[in-house]
Design a protein around this ligand. Sequence first.
Ligand code: ADP
Ligand code: MG
Length: 250
Amino acid sequence: MAVPVTPALLYLDNVTVSFDGFRALNALSLAIDHAEMRAVIGPNGAGKTTMMDVITGKTRPNEGTALFEGSHDLTVLDEAAIAELGIGRKFQTPTVFYMHSVEDNLLLALKNPRGPLATLLSRRATQERERINALLERVRLTAHRHRRAGELSHGQKQWLEIGMLLAQEPKLLLIDEPAAGMTDQETADTADLLRDIARTKAVIVVEHDMTFVRDLGVKVTCLHEGAVLAEGPIDTVSANERVVEVYLGR
Ligand SMILES: Nc1ncnc2c1ncn2[C@@H]1O[C@H](COP(=O)(O)OP(=O)(O)O)[C@@H](O)[C@H]1O
Ligand SMILES: [Mg+2]
């Protein structure tokens, strides 16, 4: 493998995405460290979703560099290959299997699912059981393991989906507006959960709820017109005149 050109886990430099001449991303540069959580804010149309589309291979940039672990070029890999590298994405709408139990949803999502032969090997089954238990604990659903996913609250469904992403053992998680539609308590619990996850994995979380963003207690990047407008601690970013003008002061 080539020598990494950057120690960052994710490295975007000068990334531009044009749709019919309109620049959804305009020379965007951003770097995320191993096990760093970053909150991304910015007005509608700032390019937040497009940035995630580039990172996951859904959209190809017209220009720029996008590297994972210093050597994997995300601009040439397809979505499946990028997922395989360890980049997981959670969309706003949960995509859990409603008729299945909570624990079966997690079992279905495990990275190395049990094949017919492995089913006979009880040691493997025990290991899977332990992984499921740990995931249930992590996403606060241990008490709900036997319930159908469709019966969970909106917040719990979001957590189950985060658990299903974790079952894939990603190195980087991309999460778009997790707090949308959640109660205040669920929002606070979600911040807690993400802080817990970010102790071992990198997380990029896009969110409009500033109470939630403040709760995360991490570095914040504000995007505007496809580029970074401000970056730093929440207090610095939210006091930035341009950020207030284009986003917070609306
Ligand atoms: N497939 C597309 N075709 C044309 N324009 C797009 C497409 N995807 C996004 N855009 C435009 O790019 C800009 C950035 O969009 P988006 O990344 O969704 O912003 P955000 O997630 O920050 O609200 C918006 O003006 C949007 O209309
Ligand atoms: Mg968006």
